[in-house]
Design a protein around this ligand. Structure first.
Ligand SMILES: [Zn+2]
Length: 330
């Protein structure tokens, strides 16, 4: 089949249809490029459609809340602490760090409290307000495309962001232009090649692209990045990689990338997905962690906010109540 836009990675236009529904059984065509193996929507949303969706609807659709709950704050806080430890070997004290799509700002706050110069960019009004007013960090509104293309950072972080953008190639080229000499970029995305990724649970509107280690590697090379270090294995739930600004070089299709991606996204079934021991272990840990977080969340959030540069002792109860809707994991 063909598509209105060519493949964002290789520029070819031969696609194979993978699915016609998203994980909620709503209509959503997903295709794979038969040249490079990049998996994407059958129709790429326009900039205007995406801008409107993220400004008004995304946090509500996929996180079930517009204002963060105590449980979310604690979970993001823990995730930010983990990222700080993970990325410490790749940053120095004088580095300027920027997180694109920083959400409620917990990762930026963790780096700031550890002594780094860190700031964020976030399009969602409710979450940006929390980051600025409660955590006291610098967060600019808007999206990556709004940033002037001049060097402004030594390390740029995109944590579960790249898969939401309509052109990862363009986004990585933009990030390359924002980085100072010797700059680095940390990318974390869901891993479409993981055995945990069952096709029926994988696709939804917000994730325009589904990456494998092959396709993410090629996108990085195309934007003149070299891989400093993979922090994940090709079968982990998420792909995590630190990229380094490299010199302009030709890139080429990784041999076998299409067949590996096709096998990865269509070679799993629900039985394998649910029976995988590692998956069950992870789910158990996550569920226990979430239960503990919910019980202790309010008390922990008070401590987090008391440590903010604002010295705030405001409680989350001062925020408008969060609408009660089913929470879904992004
Ligand atoms: Zn392609």
């Amino acid at each position: 089949m063909t598509r209105e836009l060519p493949c964002d990675l290789c520029g070819r236009s031969e696609f194979r249809l993978l699915a016609e529904q998203d994980r909620r059984k709503a209509a959503l065509a997903t295709v794979i490029c038969q040249c490079c193996g990049l998996v994407a929507h059958g129709r790429i949303p326009t900039d205007a459609e995406l801008a409107d969706y993220y400004r008004r609807q995304y946090r509500f659709d996929y996180h079930g809340e517009y204002i963060p709950s105590p449980h979310r704050v604690v979970r993001e806080w823990n995730r930010g602490r983990e990222l700080l430890q993970l990325l410490r070997p790749f940053v120095s004290a004088s580095d300027q760090l920027v997180e694109i799509g920083c959400g409620i700002g917990c990762t930026v706050s963790q780096f700031q409290r550890a002594g780094f110069l860190a700031s964020g960019v976030e399009p969602g009004d409710g979450f940006r307000r929390f980051a600025v007013e409660k955590l006291g960090i610098a967060v600019q509104g808007g999206v990556l495309a709004d940033l002037p293309r001049r060097p402004m950072a030594d390390m740029i972080m995109l944590v579960h962001v790249l898969e939401h953008l309509r052109s990862p190639s363009e986004a990585l080229a933009h990030i390359r232009a924002l980085l100072c000499r010797g700059g680095r970029c940390y990318i974390e995305v869901p891993n479409a090649g993981a055995p945990h990724a069952a096709p029926g649970k994988m696709f939804h509107f917000a994730h325009i692209y589904n990456f494998t280690q092959d396709t993410l590697s090629m996108l990085a090379a195309k934007a003149n990045f070299t891989v400093r270090r993979w922090l994940s294995s090709p079968r982990d739930k998420n792909l995590r990689v630190v990229l380094q600004c490299g010199s302009a070089a030709d890139w080429s299709i990784v041999p076998g990338s299409y067949s590996r991606a096709l096998q990865a996204v269509s070679g799993t079934n629900r039985l394998r997905y649910f029976l995988r021991w590692t998956y069950l272990q992870q789910r158990l840990r996550t569920l226990v962690g979430h239960r503990c977080d919910r019980v202790l969340a309010a008390r922990r959030v008070d401590k987090i906010l008391q440590g903010s540069p604002l010295g705030s002792t405001d409680k989350l109860s001062l925020l408008p109540p969060t609408p009660r809707v089913a929470w879904r994991k992004s």
